[in-house]
Write a protein that binds this ligand. Structure first.
Ligand SMILES: Cc1cc2nc3c(=O)[nH]c(=O)nc-3n(C[C@H](O)[C@H](O)[C@H](O)COP(=O)(O)O)c2cc1C
Length: 147
């Protein structure tokens, strides 16, 4: 069987208007319903205004889902900050992991505390910083609030 190329794509965006947690939950539910059939896994973080999303899976499927999500009117200023081929998934166990990201949690992350304390947000993370954020999630910085 041909080896499928795995792509990990990370983008950030800004919620369109004030978004209640129920509305974000609805997005997560859609993702969890749809992504398994696309063989896509990932992570969604929401800081109250901005999204940070990781999509990983077969390259073509990730690209087309990203194009689709980018047109969603519930958010704007969609910016791809990282997309690279990977051998293994970071989120193989989650069709879409989700967590709220409170400023006090973000300010604890090694290597990113200055960025977040100085008022930097998801929207201006560089690719290396995106990887640190992903690792912080994987290392359980959000503890059992992640669901
Ligand atoms: C921040 C954000 C993240 C999203 N993530 C996903 C996702 O991972 N998978 C998915 O199927 N839809 C996701 N959506 C929803 C899609 O944009 C879209 O509403 C959904 O795929 C249904 O598409 P349809 O209305 O054309 O059927 C996301 C939307 C937003 C605003």
């Amino acid at each position: 069987m041909a080896h499928q190329e795995l792509l990990q794509l990370v983008y950030t965006s800004t919620a369109h208007g004030r978004m209640k947690s129920d509305a974000v939950r609805a997005i997560v539910e859609t993702a969890r319903r749809t992504n398994p059939s696309l063989d896509i896994t990932g992570l969604l973080l929401f800081d109250g205004l901005h999204f940070f999303q990781v999509l990983e899976g077969p390259a073509e499927k990730v690209e087309s889902l990203y194009e689709h999500i980018a047109k969603d009117p519930r958010h704007t200023r969609v910016v791809r900050i990282l997309s690279h081929k990977v051998k293994d998934r970071n989120f193989g166990d989650w069709s879409m992991a989700y967590s709220e990201a409170r400023p006090e949690d973000l300010a604890q992350i090694d290597g990113l505390s200055d960025h977040f304390r100085d008022g930097g947000g998801f929207a201006n993370l560089r690719s290396g910083q995106a990887k640190l954020l992903i690792n912080a999630f994987l290392n359980g910085i959000w503890g059992n609030r992640a669901a």
